[in-house]
Design a protein around this ligand. Structure first.
Ligand SMILES: Nc1nc2c(ncn2[C@@H]2O[C@H](COP(=O)(O)OP(=O)(O)O)[C@@H](O)[C@H]2O)c(=O)[nH]1
Ligand SMILES: [Mg+2]
Length: 374
C-alpha cells in the first residue's frame, strides 16, 4: 500500500495534538487519521493509546452480525437513524475482511449509508488492515477505542458471519445482534449452536418475505428450549444456575422481526438492546464482559509483540542453526525450543519513535516501545 502511515500535515505535529483534535474538538478528520494509524499499525499507537485510555469506557458497543446479504448494513443504517433521533452520537465500524475498500459490497454499503454522511454526529468507517500485527481482529478493538474516546455514545460494529468471522464480535460488543432472514432453510439448524453462543438479540430481518413467520417460530422455540435446558445465552454462565428462564439472572435472547429496508421493527430492536443493557448493568455482566474484552486486547497485543520478536529471532538465523543441530542429532527439538524461547524473552524490543514516525515503508515494528511511557 502506498498510503502514508502517519499524519504528516502540520495540523497534527504530535500524537497529543491529534488526540486532542479528536477528543476535545471532535474533529472527524482527526478521528479518521487515528483510525488510519490503527489500520497501519503505526508506531504512534502506543502513545495514542495511552492518551486515549482515560477517555474510554463510555460507548455502548453493539455488534451486528449475520450471513452476507441478510441485511446487516441496511439494519445498521436504520439503527443509526433511530439512535440519532434519540440524540445520540453514533459511530459505525464496518468490518468485512472479504470486501476491503474497493469491494462491490462496500459500494452498496456506502450508498445505504449516504443518508448519514452529512451528519457530523455520525461517523462511519469501513475498517481495513494494512498492518501486520494481527489483522482486523487486532485493529477493530483499537478503532473502537478511538470512537469511544471521541465521544460516540453508541458504536455499531458490522461484521460478517457467525462463528467464522475473523473478528470475534461477541467478545468485543456489549450487546450482539444476530441477523437471520427467511429462506435460510437448514442454515438455521446448522447455525444454532453458534447463534445461541453469541446472540443477545435475534433479529429476523426481511420479515416482508415468505417464510419469515416460520423462521421466527423456529428461533422462538429454540430460545425457549435453551432457556428450559439451561444452555445458551451468554448470561448463562456456570454458577448462574441452569434452571428455568427467569428463575435466575440469565439473559434470555429476545427475538425480533424487522423489515430493515423500510425501518420496520427497528424500534423493537432498540428496545431489546436497551433491555439487554439494563440486564448487563444489573447482573454485573457488563463489567465481566468488559474485563474479558480488555484481557483479549492485552493478549492480542502481547502475542503480536511476541510474534514480532519471533521475526527478529528468525532474522538472526538462530532458528536455522538450531534446526541444523537437530538434524545432525547434536540437539533434541525440545532443548532447541527452550533455546529459542530463551532468545525470545531475552530479545530487546525494537526502539520506537518518540516523535512523528517515518513515512510508510519505514514504519514497520508497530509495537515499538516508545520512550514516552511515564
Ligand atoms: N425484502 C427486504 N430486503 C431487504 C431488507 N433489508 C435489506 N434488504 C435487502 O437485502 C440486500 C442485502 O442487504 P445488506 O444490508 O447489504 O446486507 P448485508 O450483506 O448483511 O450487509 C439489499 O438488497 C437490501 O436492500 C428487508 O427488510 N426486506
Ligand atoms: Mg454489509
Amino acid at each position: 500500500m502506498t498510503r502514508v502511515a502517519a499524519p504528516r500535515s502540520a495540523a497534527y505535529g504530535s500524537p497529543a495534538e491529534l488526540v486532542a483534535a479528536a477528543v476535545e474538538d471532535r474533529s472527524p478528520r482527526a478521528v479518521a487519521r487515528l483510525i488510519s494509524l490503527v489500520e497501519d499499525d503505526s508506531p504512534w499507537l502506543r502513545e495514542i493509546s495511552r492518551l486515549l485510555a482515560p477517555r474510554t469506557g463510555r460507548a455502548e458497543v453493539i455488534g451486528v452480525t449475520g450471513a452476507p446479504g441478510v441485511g446487516k448494513s441496511t439494519s445498521t443504517s436504520a439503527l443509526v437513524a433511530a439512535y440519532r433521533a434519540a440524540g445520540r452520537r453514533v459511530g459505525v465500524l464496518a468490518v468485512d475482511p472479504s470486501s476491503p475498500f474497493t469491494g462491490g459490497a462496500l459500494l452498496g454499503d456506502r450508498v445505504r449509508m449516504t443518508a448519514h454522511t452529512t451528519d457530523p454526529d455520525v461517523y462511519i468507517r469501513s475498517l481495513a488492515s494494512r498492518g501486520h500485527l494481527g489483522g482486523l481482529s487486532w485493529a477493530t478493538p483499537q478503532a473502537l477505542r478511538v470512537l469511544d474516546a471521541a465521544g460516540f455514545d453508541v458504536v455499531l460494529i458490522e461484521t460478517v458471519g457467525v462463528g467464522q468471522a475473523e473478528v470475534d464480535i461477541a467478545s468485543l460488543a456489549d450487546t450482539t445482534l444476530v441477523l437471520l432472514a427467511p429462506g435460510m432453510g437448514d442454515g438455521i439448524q446448522a447455525a444454532k449452536a453458534g447463534i445461541l453462543e453469541i446472540a443477545d438479540v435475534l433479529v429476523v430481518n426481511k420479515a416482508d418475505r415468505p417464510g419469515a413467520d416460520d423462521t421466527y417460530r423456529d428461533l422462538t422455540n429454540m430460545v425457549r428450549l435453551s432457556g428450559l435446558t439451561g444452555h445458551g445465552g451468554r448470561g448463562g454462565r456456570p454458577g448462574a444456575g441452569g434452571g428455568v428462564a427467569g428463575a435466575d439472572d440469565r439473559w434470555v435472547p429476545r427475538v425480533v422481526r424487522t423489515v430493515a429496508a423500510e425501518g420496520g421493527g427497528v424500534d423493537e430492536v432498540v428496545a431489546a438492546v436497551a433491555a439487554h443493557r439494563g440486564w448487563l448493568a444489573a447482573s454485573g455482566e457488563l463489567a465481566r464482559r468488559r474485563a474479558r474484552r480488555a484481557a483479549d486486547e492485552i493478549e492480542q497485543i502481547a502475542l503480536a509483540a511476541l510474534r514480532a520478536r519471533f521475526g527478529d529471532v528468525h532474522g538472526t538465523g538462530r532458528l536455522g542453526a538450531l534446526a541444523d543441530d537437530v538434524v545432525a542429532g547434536r540437539l533434541d527439538p525440545w532443548s532447541a525450543a527452550d533455546d529459542l524461547v530463551a532468545a525470545l524473552t531475552a530479545a530487546t524490543p525494537p526502539a520506537g519513535p518518540a516523535s512523528p514516525p517515518a513515512p510508510a515503508g519505514q514504519a514497520a515494528g508497530g509495537l515499538a516501545t516508545g520512550s514516552t511511557l511515564p
